[in-house]
Write a protein that binds this ligand. Structure first.
Ligand code: PEP
Ligand code: MN
Length: 335
């Protein structure tokens, strides 16, 4: 339920609404907007009588929120959420398409630094690279752990690129939060509710990848877990879903982008690399994602993909990444 205030409502009026909500033992979430302030009512069981707010001065209307996800929904917050890094050098969810690029995994300082310089020159604003890798096989490279995070911090220092890296479980989240600018939650963890709650307590933005077989409602509910712990800095990521096809690793669900933008105020980015699983499809999918209105791209790039320790076949060569960036700029998309 959403209590919408008149434009003329005072801070005192808003406070009275919050008090009434809290008297009931529920949670109040004031949402200041461009047009008006609204107060979200959370943790209220079942049907609530709108009349209990209508006598408070400044209240314009009370709107029931029909969706199971509240904080994530555009019903609750009509204005887009934007996520700002640094002193505003990067804004995700605004007019510009933000490109995050780098290897699947951080393998060494030399590898990370070389790729970081390449992607920066081509126009990426964030460097991606896993220090903790959730691999399908226990025998595959699992990442460098904290050493990988230290390398990422050096990359930021030397290149000025912001960092995004994955927290694979609750235990490593503290460490990842300390080093990174954006915490990534991977597809396999989209419904790891303990990790989602922990990410909700983080003071860093969270990029939440859609589970490989998750509906968008499930994605929204996962984001709701993060937001319900107080972290409103959430970015959603479409990275391809499991289908019956064999011509790609996954199927990029481009329909999801306009749907997410309609249902939610959160920014949405696309990962064409994990959707494709093969590099020849990555550039066309990146262009398609830009065309359907994604706020950003998360792309794997490697300087020696044949010897990459993970996801080599889907990693772009640096020169292909340059081509991808030029292609997007050619579409008149602000990059
Ligand atoms: C990754 O970004 O390297 C990754 C493991 O992605 P996903 O969780 O989408 O498989
Ligand atoms: Mn990968």
């Amino acid at each position: 339920m959403l209590v919408v205030m008149r434009q003329s409502a005072s801070g005192e009026d808003v406070r009275k609404v919050v008090e009434r909500i809290e008297e009931m033992g529920w949670e109040a979430k004031p949402i200041p907007g461009e047009e008006r302030t609204a107060i979200g009512v959370l943790r209220n069981p079942g049907q609530t009588d709108p009349a209990m707010f209508l006598d408070i001065p400044g209240v314009r209307e009370v709107i029931p929120v029909s969706k199971p996800y509240k904080l994530v929904s555009r019903e609750m917050q009509p204005d887009n959420t934007t996520i700002t890094l640094g002193d505003g050098e990067v804004v995700i969810g605004g007019e510009r398409l933000v490109v995050m690029a780098g290897p699947c995994a951080v393998e060494s300082e030399g590898q990370a630094m070389a790729i970081a310089h390449e992607v920066k020159r081509a126009g990426a604003l964030l460097f991606r690279g896993g220090a903790f890798k959730p691999r399908s096989s226990p025998y595959s490279f699992q990442g460098l752990g904290e050493k990988g995070l230290e390398i990422l911090a050096k990359v930021r220092e030397e290149t000025g690129l912001f960092i995004i890296t994955e927290a694979t479980d609750h235990e490593v989240c503290d460490m990842v939060e300390e080093y990174t600018d954006i915490i990534q939650i991977g597809t396999r963890n989209m419904q790891n509710y303990r990790l989602l709650r922990r990410a909700g307590q983080a003071r860093k933005p969270v990029l939440l990848k859609r589970g490989m077989s998750a509906t968008l409602d499930e994605l929204f509910m996962a984001a709701e877990y993060i937001m319900s712990e107080g972290n409103s800095q959430v970015i959603l990521c479409e990275r391809g879903i499991r289908t019956f096809v064999r011509h790609s690793r996954n199927t990029l669900d481009l329909n999801a982008i306009p749907y997410i933008k309609r249902e939610s105020h959160l920014p949405v980015v696309v990962d064409p690399s994990h959707a494709a699983g093969r590099r020849d499809q990555v550039i066309p999918l990146a262009r398609a994602a830009a065309a359907v209105g994604a706020h950003g791209l998360l792309v794997e790039v490697h300087n020696d993909p044949d010897r990459a320790m993970s996801d080599g076949p889907q990693s772009l060569y640096p020169e292909q990444f340059v081509e991808m960036m030029e292609g997007i700029r050619g579409m008149n998309v602000l990059v």
